[in-house]
Design a protein around this ligand. Structure first.
Ligand SMILES: Cc1cc2nc3c(=O)[nH]c(=O)nc-3n(C[C@H](O)[C@H](O)[C@H](O)COP(=O)(O)O)c2cc1C
Ligand code: SF4
Length: 433
């Protein structure tokens, strides 16, 4: 049985004020120091702004952790023609749930970050591409942009908020650009990278909502302040989204390097009467962890060293009532549904994986099915056009690696007999279990 101790310090910076009345308004944001960072950035040249972001060590929060200042410096010198900052707000990965609450509670942090980022890139028209299934976040962003414009804060910058139709693949930066241009969202061949040829074939920086929302505070405080948090290579802090079988799920903003044990401790541990079975450090596309990895520092390098990926810090928690086969099947159904169909390994392979997983879940697996799953997943990973294919293969491979017996049991026994749905449901008619 897991014991939880050693509470750590949270760093409510982006999440500061989320509980305040109408925290999303300009007035509330200003009361928390909002737009002071912009005032400081306005005294700097574009190159100086990029240097500050580099010195802070800010890394992209969309999953890969690419250094933001470096990405901005990849744009070629200004030739007087358009160049763009595009914010990726397509958040769709199972388990990922930080960008939407951030937009709901603190949209001005993004607007201020967009203004500073646009100054750094000499960009006069920025875009925010939002997942279309969250109209409430879209409306809140529109109202924040309007407030900032009315207050004269945009300084000539135009910000367009664009609602997509709700496709996971449109979170992949080049598919996003295709979609923004009005085409079907298909990933583009790279190179050329967006920095050289992005939106409308012009130099473009694509950044995650949380990445850009981090920028104002770096200018309000300092690069040194930001870099003093986190670990040697994963500087700063981030929002860790805890969901699933925990007593108190939610957003925990903490320095990189915090452990899952500490976060679970602050969340009151696993729901009463149960114990941890497995968890994801970075959502459904990251190899699963178990109790053995509770003390791995949650920074990019340590999580990779332990065999997974930090991704979007989507900490999904599953207790002993959960069927691994069922969870992996739901995830693969998601990837199969979201596959854009451009390349064969992902388009066909995710469909094959789904068919096999569904029969294993029903207890009607065929001899050799588990090996077949591994073989198909092995032929998708590394052979697909974009990372969605790899993401689909990952839970299959890591689920089998850690819980092979449960997949083998699917040859004879339905998952619902081994793990009744009711036991793992967090909610039932009438309230929380
Ligand atoms: C299938 C797929 C979906 C993605 N979805 C998102 C997303 O919803 N939001 C996001 O910021 N990045 C997403 N990414 C990563 C983006 O391609 C890109 O790396 C990111 O927006 C860069 O921003 P950053 O440097 O600030 O992290 C996705 C990547 C893939 C392959
Ligand atoms: S890996 Fe999947 S989502 Fe990516 S291009 Fe191929 S078919 Fe489309």
């Amino acid at each position: 049985m897991t014991t939880y101790s050693a509470p750590s310090t949270l760093t409510p910076i982006l999440t500061r004020g989320w509980g305040e009345d109408r925290s999303w308004t300009l007035e509330s944001y200003r009361s928390r120091g909002g737009y002071e960072g912009l005032a400081r950035a306005n005294t700097m040249t574009a190159a100086e702004i990029i240097d500050v972001v580099k010195a802070a060590g800010l890394r992209g929060r969309g999953g890969a952790g690419f250094p933001t200042g470096l990405k901005w410096s990849f744009l070629p010198p200004d030739d007087g023609l358009p160049r763009y900052l595009v914010v990726n707000s397509d958040e769709s990965e199972p388990g990922a749930c930080k960008d939407v609450p951030l937009l709901m509670a603190n949209p001005h942090a993004l607007v201020e970050g967009v203004i500073i980022g646009s100054r750094a890139l000499n960009c006069h028209h920025a875009f925010v591409y939002l997942r279309g299934e969250v109209p409430h976040a879209y409306r809140r962003l529109l109202s924040a942009i309007k407030e900032a414009e009315d207050a004269g804060l945009l300084g000539g910058l135009r910000i367009t908020a664009h609602a997509g139709a709700g496709a996971y693949i449109c979170g992949e930066e080049t598919a996003l650009l295709d979609s923004l241009e009005g085409h079907r969202g298909h990933p583009r061949l790279k190179p050329p990278f967006p920095a050289a040829e992005g939106l409308y074939a012009r130099p473009t920086a694509v950044n995650n909502v949380e990445t850009i929302s981090q920028v104002p505070e770096i200018f309000r405080e300092s690069a040194e302040w930001y870099a003093s948090m986190g670990t040697e290579k994963s500087k700063g802090h981030g929002i860790f989204s805890l969901s699933g079988h925990v007593a108190h799920p939610g957003q925990f903003e903490a320095p990189f390097g915090i452990t899952m044990r500490e976060i679970l401790d602050m969340a009151g541990g696993i729901r009463p009467g149960h114990h941890l079975k497995f968890w994801t450090p970075g959502g459904s596309s990251s190899p699963i962890f178990t109790e053995a990895e509770l003390d791995v520092p949650l920074d990019y390098e340590s999580v990779v060293g332990a065999g997974s990926m930090l991704g979007t810090r989507s900490l999904q928690v599953f207790d002993e009532t959960t069927s691994v086969v069922r969870v992996v099947t739901r995830w693969v159904e998601f990837y199969q549904h979201e596959s854009c169909g451009k390349c064969t390994p992902c388009r066909e392979g995710t469909y094959w994986l789904k068919q096999i997983l569904l029969r294993l879940e029903r207890g009607q697996g065929l001899p050799g099915d588990v090996d077949l799953l591994e073989e198909i997943a092995g032929n998708i990973a590394g052979r697909s056009f974009c990372a969605l294919g790899d993401a689909a293969a990952t839970p299959v491979r890591s689920g089998i690696a850690k819980f092979r017996d449960e997949f083998e049991a699917g040859l004879t026994t339905p998952a619902r007999e081994l793990f009744p749905y009711e036991a793992s449901a967090n909610y039932q008619r009438g309230g929380v279990r």
